[in-house]
Design a protein around this ligand. Structure first.
Ligand code: NI
Ligand code: MN
Length: 226
């Protein structure tokens, strides 16, 4: 399966013939200029972790253009529907089955105000039991004990965790999260986009190396075969 990084916490997973886009935030991200065009991104499904602008900025436009099914917490999905997204599937914490496999929507410790100031409900993350691989994307969160449940659900092939600190876990907490979820291959997201979350790439990779784990910090536009 393929993982393509679109910057910040936005990425595309291609698995089982489906294109699954996560947390679309491209057009306001200066770092994506000339590399990724939000108007050309393709998707069959869009999974959204919470309502913050740096996760939903291009959700409605890409959802409407592609007709992709928008999946996320009830409040965020209802907001997208009000703005004209027709293909949508609201969740609350638990699990549901989709064409691409079983999906757990799990809590995250964070906030979730939508761009219009309304409540995005509770923020979350996803555990996807895909046709090829099982992986966890925590969404924006601090380190939390609930992550210790993940190995009860799945032996992960990889995980996507925020590493930028300030608004989420930093790398020192993310490596503990990697221990909690029992996963050695981590793709870092939510770094470098803003001043608050700029990181020293080699320094934070070393934090993972010291624990026998791998931290991948993809370049924007890069595709990784997993
Ligand atoms: Ni957030
Ligand atoms: Mn965020």
């Amino acid at each position: 399966m393929k993982f393509t990084y679109y910057g910040h916490s936005c990425f595309l997973v291609e698995t089982g013939g489906y294109k699954i886009l996560f947390d679309p935030f491209i057009s306001p991200n200066e770092l994506t200029k000339g590399i990724v065009d939000a108007e050309k991104v393709e998707a069959d499904f869009i999974l959204v972790s919470h309502g913050h602008g740096d996760h939903v900025a291009d959700l409605v436009s890409i959802g409407k253009r592609t007709g992709a099914k928008v999946i996320g917490g009830y409040e965020v999905v209802s907001w997208a529907q009000k703005l004209g997204v027709e293909n949508a599937h609201p969740l609350n914490f638990g699990s549901a089955n989709f064409e691409f496999g079983k999906l757990h929507f799990l809590p995250a410790w964070h906030s979730s105000t939508l761009p219009d100031g309304s409540s995005g409900g509770a923020p979350g993350g996803f555990l996807l039991h895909g046709p090829e691989k099982k992986f966890y994307y925590s969404g924006d969160t601090c380190l939390m004990m609930d992550m210790q449940l993940i190995p009860r659900y799945a032996k992960l092939d990889f995980a996507i965790l925020p590493v930028g600190g300030n608004f989420t876990m930093d790398a020192e907490d993310a490596v503990i999260a990697a221990e909690f979820i029992q996963c050695d291959k981590i793709i870092g997201v939510h770094f470098d986009t803003f001043g608050y979350i700029k990181v020293d790439h080699e320094k934070i990779k070393d934090i993972f190396r010291a624990k026998g784990k791998t931290l991948i910090l993809p370049d924007i536009g890069e595709t990784i075969e997993l």
